[in-house]
Design a protein around this ligand. Structure first.
Ligand SMILES: C[S@@+](CC[C@H](N)C(=O)[O-])C[C@H]1O[C@@H](n2cnc3c(N)ncnc32)[C@H](O)[C@@H]1O
Length: 226
């Protein structure tokens, strides 16, 4: 993506980005309409799927969980609805984070902010979060074309506590193109992660499951160590 693009942001524009700066610019323009245009218009179900996969068997609902590339906060809303009590979000886009900041959830009539902390950071580099902080790390929609590749996983492994549960959704075409399988196999072989499995899921209602851009591979594992 080059120059100042004035067209209406969409999935094609999202797949065309190449750098963190492209991402910053794209999501600055998209934040206000991301949910009304893209999420509602495409029957996006990925956030429901990944949140459900993450909480399945996760017993630590009262401990902090990190939502990676949280955007406007739709994964956090699902996590909270499923009982996760403390959620931090991290994203490169201050405009997307501003939408997430306004999100409230919890049980009626007691509504609380969905996110405890919202952190602006570029996940292609080091992030300013202490090590061993989170009991869970979850992501949907951020490991995809032009966004994050396998090199971003190292920092995410650093911030998890021993035993932390991970559910990292990765666009299936991107997964194949960027060697995610080999990276996870290596982490498993060297004892960094355990109980590793891939759960395939649709990104959109009515997705063509033969189209790798309409499905995701969710890498589910526990951090070892301690
Ligand atoms: C398609 S949105 C997904 C948002 C949300 N998880 C969802 O499911 O709707 C991708 C998000 O990744 C963020 N992102 C892209 N590149 C990033 C980077 N280098 N560091 C941190 N966040 C990034 C964008 O700002 C955007 O909010």
């Amino acid at each position: 993506m080059t120059g100042e693009d004035e067209s209406r942001p969409d999935l094609d524009a999202a797949y065309a980005v190449e750098s963190p700066d492209d991402n910053r610019k794209l999501y600055a323009r998209w934040a206000d309409t991301y949910e009304s245009d893209f999420i509602a218009g495409s029957d996006y179900v990925y956030h429901h799927q990944v949140a459900a996969i993450f909480v399945d068997g996760f017993a630590d609902l009262g401990s902090p969980v990190l939502d990676v590339g949280c955007g406007t906060g739709i994964v956090g809303e699902q996590l909270r609805a499923l009982g996760v009590e403390i959620i931090d979000g991290i994203d490169i886009s201050p405009e997307m984070l501003a939408v997430a900041r306004a999100k409230v959830g919890g049980s009626d009539p007691v509504q609380v902010p969905v996110y405890r902390n919202l952190i602006e950071a570029d996940l292609t580099g080091q992030i300013g979060i202490d090590s061993n902080r989170y009991a869970g790390v979850v992501s949907a929609g951020t490991f995809t074309h032009g966004h994050l590749g396998p090199d971003a996983l190292g920092e995410l492994l650093r911030v998890g506590r021993p035993g932390a549960r991970y559910a990292i959704g990765i666009n299936a075409a991107h997964f194949e193109e960027h060697g995610f399988a080999e990276r996870f196999d290596r982490y498993e072989a060297d004892g960094t992660i355990g109980h590793y499995r891939i759960v395939d899921t649709i990104i959109y209602g009515g997705a063509d499951e033969d189209d790798l851009d309409q499905v995701a591979r969710v890498a589910v594992f526990d951090l070892t160590g301690g």
